[in-house]
Write a protein that binds this ligand. Structure first.
Ligand code: PTJ
Length: 262
């Protein structure tokens, strides 16, 4: 894989930069092939929200962090796309939350698990990583998809499972886990199944969640519970949809396309 040569002045610099990360991760055996398509779908939804963190996402992140700070056994799950895009931030988020980190793959192969472990260890050689030799299974999920670590997802009360498949989100919810997801596609099954859905790009969401941990860390249990009580995931998702509708309406009125005489 060649180095990334796009000049910083390119109007789509960051988008191309993260595509390069995705390509590199595919070559390094970190990413599932389907991860490239998932990334493209994410990009398309990111256009719709204006490629920025919108208020309903901020609201969801505050509730998610409150829940994670109240959790007994919080777990942050890592898949191929997450390891490709935000390996450092994933480790940082788990650390500030005092959460366990687990590699948990939809398209699980031992080679990919090892490649992801290596990618994470580049950022912190001593980090504890669960999910390498999982001994438990999520009920009602066949084969490789349902393998989880006894000390991690199996035991967890609250799990962050970003960029996740809807079927597995549903199975985790059925196990009684509190599921937090990050998914730009608010219409996906995963987004609809989770307890808290953060509709934002993970490259913006994780750094922001790390900041929110610092903001909420000193809050009492009662204050954190009050944040959660005041949170409504259905309303948040419908607010995102309304935001997109209004934004598209404004763009249509503004006319963002080049005018030309024919
Ligand atoms: O590494 P594995 O084997 O666990 O597989 C990972 C993928 C992502 C391939 C697997 O979980 C999968 O197929 O997921 P889906 O069903 O495509 O769902 C992934 C969701 O993440 C999609 O709805 C995308 O819109 C969304 N997404 C993609 N990139 C981002 C994103 N959401 C937030 N930030 C992104 N950067």
């Amino acid at each position: 894989m060649g180095e990334f040569k796009v000049p910083k002045s390119h109007p789509r610099y960051w988008s191309l930069y993260y595509r390069h990360k995705i390509e590199e991760a595919l070559e390094a055996g970190i990413l599932a092939k389907a991860g490239t398509m998932a990334h493209g779908r994410g990009e398309a939804f990111d256009y719709l929200i204006g490629e920025r963190t919108i208020e309903p996402a901020e609201r969801a992140m505050r509730a998610a962090v409150a829940k994670l700070l109240l959790a007994k056994h919080p777990v942050v799950s890592v898949n191929g796309n997450v390891a490709a895009l935000v390996p450092k931030e994933t480790i940082e988020l788990a650390k500030v939350l005092d959460a366990r980190l687990e590699i948990n793959l939809f398209y699980r192969t031992e080679e990919r698990v090892r490649a992801i472990e290596e990618a994470l260890r580049k950022h912190d050689p001593d980090i504890e990583i669960l999910g390498i030799n999982p001994t438990k299974r999520i009920p009602n999920l066949e084969s490789e998809r349902g393998k989880v670590d006894e000390e991690g997802i199996w035991k967890a009360d609250v799990i962050v499972v970003p960029l996740e498949d809807g079927d597995r989100t549903e199975a985790l919810v059925a196990m009684g886990k509190f599921v937090i997801t990050v998914d730009l596609n608010l219409l996906s099954r995963s987004a609809r199944m989770a307890d808290i859905t953060i509709v934002d790009n993970i490259i913006r969401a994780y750094p922001r969640m790390i900041e929110i941990v610092e903001e909420l860390r000193e809050k009492s249990k009662e204050e954190l519970e009050a944040i959660l009580k005041g949170y409504d995931n259905e309303k948040t998702l419908s607010d995102v949809l309304i935001y997109i509708r209004d934004r598209l309406g404004d763009l249509a009125k503004e006319g963002i396309w080049r005018r030309r005489e024919l």
